[in-house]
Design a protein. Structure first.
Length: 267
């Protein structure tokens, strides 16, 4: 069995994330901001889906009351689709944007400058559902762009609350190509991480795909962190221990809590 490279540990803890390539630069900036070393090793690939369903939905934005964006990826794919259709964002000031998370909301405002934002206190689909339960969405027409891996339960919850939901797959979340797996394993080996951060169930499941039987050995040598209860459950369902899940479901919040831990424990 392969072992992670040995040697003297650095004074600065090393954190490795597995987000999409497009998020790598932002990730490194966050690590630096919180005083960590590390890197992002992409374990998911994000590709927009251009088909009749997505084109039809976004060509009828005026038919909807609320555009629900569950991630930055959903936002980016929506923007790509609108640009393909030569749609102007400024023509839909009455469209409300419901964003799962502050990061998605801030990014959305770059395109939808005059739109009302809806952001739940808990950054998850469940948090947004609870917010809608309080505010009421009966009879509202909702456009829900999602990934190919998104569960239909969220859309069902919105329908249960009386909304008319059009759910369209607008981007794909795929694992990295098999030929890149040896390089990914080598990158992690050379990085010698202290903390592994999984930001979604997909990143964790793809880690298991790439590392196979070696995954347990890697987890035994590192602290495993998860963002969100769904990611945590995916990890624990396979029998692995999750060291930390932040109260607020963002990487920024997790790194804040990790920094506090390392300082208090003279890491």
């Amino acid at each position: 069995m392969r072992k992670l490279s040995s040697g003297l540990r650095a004074d600065i803890p090393v954190v490795v994330t597995f987000r999409a390539y497009e998020e790598g630069e932002d990730t490194l900036q966050l690590l630096k901001k919180h005083g960590f070393e590390g890197r992002n090793i992409p374990l998911i690939m994000i590709d927009p889906v251009y088909d009749d369903a997505s084109f039809s939905a976004f060509s009828r934005l005026d038919d909807f009351d609320i555009l629900v964006l569950t991630s930055v990826h959903a936002l980016n794919a929506s923007v790509d689709t609108m640009e393909k259709l030569e749609q102007s964002f400024e023509k839909h000031p009455g469209l409300k944007l419901a964003c799962v998370g502050e990061k998605t909301a801030k990014k959305a405002l770059e395109y939808f400058t005059d739109n009302e934002l809806i952001i739940p206190d808990t950054y998850s689909a469940e948090g947004l559902t609870k917010l809608f339960e309080k505010s009421g969405i009966n009879g509202k027409k909702i456009l829900l762009p999602v990934s190919n891996l998104s569960k239909e339960s969220f859309a069902h919850d919105l329908v249960r609350l009386g909304a008319k939901v059009e759910r369209v797959v607008i981007y794909r979340t795929d694992p990295p190509p098999v030929e890149s797996w040896p390089l990914i394993r080598s990158e992690l080996d050379l990085t010698v991480p202290d903390f592994l951060v999984f930001t979604s169930p997909s990143t964790f499941k793809n880690f298991i795909r790439v590392f196979g039987e070696e995954a347990k050995m890697v987890f035994d040598q590192c602290y495993v962190c998860a963002i969100g209860d769904i990611t945590k459950k995916a990890i624990e369902d396979l029998g692995y221990h999750v060291f930390m899940t932040p109260e607020i479901y963002t990487l920024d919040s997790l790194l804040t809590e990790l920094k506090k831990y390392t300082l208090e424990n003279s890491y």
